[in-house]
Design a binder for this molecule. Structure first.
Ligand SMILES: [Zn+2]
Length: 158
């Protein structure tokens, strides 16, 4: 393949490989990247974190820096966290939502306060078992019908 890809294309491709360490998703699936600006060899990335307290953000930030600095022509990378507009589930791509479901994680709908649906049997007869799941970003529910524990991606408070 000839090198018709611009540096900007390569940056977006690299960003699409940066994964959330706690979820089977990339920063692109989550819709975290707001903007990429290039000035010469300097790249400025602005991202909106899912949760300001989520330790995964620092891991992803570092991964973005490392991956972009590996691209020829990139000399400096700044990753700025933006809190201007809070992240919401609406930013997650369809691919991201599908991947969460494939991994057996219940996905909150774009509207909050809906019952939790069991990813195994589809029942909504579920109960919150542990609001503090294995990570800050997950909660554990229990399905009263098929008796499976359900891991749920925890949406940020609204
Ligand atoms: Zn069930």
């Amino acid at each position: 393949m000839p090198t018709t890809r611009t540096l900007e294309d390569q940056i977006w491709e690299a960003l699409a490989t940066v994964k959330d360490p706690e979820l089977p998703l990339t920063v692109m699936d989550l819709g975290l990247i707001d903007e990429v600006q290039m000035t010469g060899g300097r790249v400025h990335v602005r991202m909106t974190p899912t949760y300001s307290a989520c330790p995964a953000i620092d891991v992803m930030r570092q991964d973005i820096r490392t991956k972009l600095l590996n691209l020829p022509g990139v000399e400096e990378v700044q990753v700025e966290l933006s809190f201007a507009e809070p992240w919401t589930m609406a930013r997650m791509t369809e691919r991201g939502r599908t991947r969460l479901l494939e991994h057996g994680l219940s996905v909150p709908s774009r509207r909050s306060a809906e019952p939790v649906t069991c990813p195994f049997c589809g029942s909504t007869n579920t109960a919150l078992e542990n609001p503090f799941g294995p990570t800050l970003c997950r909660a554990i529910y229990y399905c009263r019908d098929c008796r499976n524990p359900i891991e749920r991606f925890k949406p940020p408070p609204e």
